[in-house]
Ligand binder design. Sequence first.
Ligand code: GLC
Length: 383
Amino acid sequence: MNDTIRQRFLEFAYGMFIHYGLYTLYERGEWVMSKERMSNEEYFKVIPQFKNHAFLAEEWVGIAARSGMRYAVLTTRHHDGCFIGDELVGSFCDACRKHGLGIGLYYSVGDWSDFDFRGGAKGPNWGRFVEKTHRQLKELMTDYGPVDYLFYDGCPSPQSWKAAELHCELRRLQPGLLISCRCGLEEDVASSEQHSGSHAGLWESCYTLNDSWGYNRYDQNWKTPEKIIELLMTLRHNGGNLLLNVGPDGNGRIGEEEVGILNQVKAWLDRNGEAVYEVVPHPFDYKDQEISVAHGNTAYIQLQADYRGPERMICGIGNRIKDITLLSTGKKIGFVQNADKLTLTGLPFKKKDELPRVLKLELDGAPFGIHNPMWPEDHFRVC
Ligand code: GLC
């Protein structure tokens, strides 16, 4: 992987995960086929009602772009083994290119509707399953132009489906491709699910916006914009991206509720985005114990939600600080700096319902942290 591709992924920062497939029509999540032990005949009978118009993908990607997201990952085939169709995948890739978003394609190797797969790696027709998997993935990496990211899910052990051999071929087809470590090999991008992991190298955490990946009409447990912003900042502080899921409904529409939440996050990004995209993680080597990121000699610190002002201390910053402002308004914040103790004075109180606030600190040079004498020097492993 070259540095440009690496850098590009790091700066994607915030992306849209889209779960859309036949399961969508059942309106109770993407695992419905397996959970309810549906036969292929039963499950696939909804195919004629499945909407795969090109304009839907254009709509999804448009929402992602307007939400400040810089990449999108579409489920081309989930565990039900059903491809969502050339038209949708093709228009999704075109729309991403048009809007300047990175293109991610999700593919589940595991396939509930394939009896060769169900028979297991020791079963008589496993070879046929492996051939099919290779053929489909090669098609996916051939038919739609350059793809940035292959997101795997539901993978059996990588040796059993000759993942390493396959990847040599995929990389020939797509020289710039990033491959997800979810295949079980140490590839390019690690990914955690529903928790904020921290990995060496490129990584992201994917989260649902409510509690479901595929459309679930009964699930109204939406995350608040505040929660999403906190997740985003925490992930950026730890060096990862946030891949946030939406589940369009049976008409292929992303619900108003979801769009409303994304819009509020976007309004916050409009004022605070410089603390999110082109930043380096934990600039003070975690010695500040804050959610911090930096760009050059500028550091950004997110004030924790429980903070109520007007005075607050931040310890562990090694630099002299030249200036502090509230990023969203540009208002100057008074401060006193004494060795490794920085006391902020005159911070405005956080208003009820105000979204997380970020401080912008102009430093005298490249950020560095100061050791906390209460811990031995080598106590924390710094990533
Ligand atoms: C899990 C689920 C799957 C979902 C995925 C998203 O692996 O099995 O349904 O697509 O998480 O990362």
